[in-house]
Design a protein around this ligand. Structure first.
Ligand code: C5P
Length: 293
């Protein structure tokens, strides 16, 4: 096979807690990840020389700072795989939104390279490489729903959300992950129990209204004070009948929880008509999707 085509999904965090600061400078997290059906499209092909092209949403860095290229460099360094590749990325997941798009693309690049390489036994486990690239990269290799602890890279599978739909919406604002973590102080630390309760609710297949009462995000207060447009978007989602709303990751997108996809589509269409980026999605039972050629 000379080309691998992978759909790289976005994620939301149903809970996101910080327990404290670690000696390595990172924060100790407890989170419940859920993959959702908005995808960046990635194609990695054997080629005569390395190339990297990006289409779709603007503003994606196409230089060595891009996580796809960092994933390529890391995979080569650890596997000895040297074949030149053409990487083509079609971006649909907005940047600096808290939806994990860059991380998902990096995970997709690792998976594509291991497939092109023939999944050799001597290659290091992809989850180890993923954790080196970023705290939430490993999640996308498996996806569905998972609890994350440590930096976010220590994962335990959970029963994914089986009902309902979501609207992802993003005002014309962006928040970098580092900027959001800069707003965190000890007064915001919690003990992980929001995540334990949310995980138990998913495992028991609890109904949507009950799940709606289990959502929590430590960044919600400080990030929305910094970017009040996010709170306005959440307010609109409530007006459009969302059962609950929450900031996505460290922002700047928010999600609304809806009873079904048709209601979510109606709400997304209203937001789009008002000029707000919005899309209706469903929760996924898995992560990266290799598209059959
Ligand atoms: O791991 P990742 O590259 O996604 O993290 C981006 C930034 O977010 C880090 O440089 C750090 O400032 C912050 N971070 C953190 N604790 C975590 C994850 C991220 O402080 N668990």
């Amino acid at each position: 096979m000379n080309t691998i085509h992978i759909n790289c999904p976005a994620k939301i965090n149903l809970t996101l807690e910080i327990l404290g600061k670690r000696p390595d400078g990172y924060h100790e997290l407890r989170t419940v990840f859920q993959a959702v059906s908005l995808y960046d499209e990635l194609r990695v092909s054997l080629a005569e020389r390395d190339t990297f092209t990006v289409h779709g949403l603007p503003g994606v860095p196409a230089d060595a700072s891009n996580l796809c290229l960092r994933a390529l460099e890391l995979y080569r360094r650890h596997s000895g795989y040297t074949a030149p590749v053409a990487i083509e990325l079609h971006k649909r997941i907005p940047l600096q939104a808290g939806l994990g798009g860059g991380s998902s693309d990096a995970a997709g690049t690792l998976l594509a390279l291991s497939r092109l390489h023939g999944e050799p036994v001597q290659a290091p486990p992809l989850a180890d490489l993923a954790a080196d690239l970023g705290s939430d990269v490993a999640f996308f290799l498996t996806g569905g729903a998972m609890t994350g602890s440590g930096r976010g890279e220590v994962l335990e599978p959970l029963a994914p959300l089986r009902e309902g739909a979501l609207v992802l919406a993003k005002p014309d604002a962006a928040v970098s992950t580092a900027e959001a973590y800069g707003l965190i102080h000890a007064g915001l630390y919690t003990d992980g129990s929001y995540s334990v309760k949310c995980a138990a609710c998913l495992s028991q297949g609890c109904a949507l209204p009950e799940l709606a009462s289990k959502l929590y995000n430590v960044f919600a207060g400080p990030v929305e004070r910094l970017r009040p447009q996010i709170e306005s978007v959440r307010h609109r989602l409530h007006e459009l009948n969302a059962q609950a709303t929450l900031l996505c990751g460290s922002g700047a997108a928010a999600f609304g929880l809806f009873a079904d996809l048709s209601r979510a589509r109606e709400a997304a269409a209203s937001l789009q008509a008002e000029g707000t980026w919005a899309v209706a999605v469903e929760p996924l039972p898995d992560g990266l999707q290799v598209v059959e050629q």
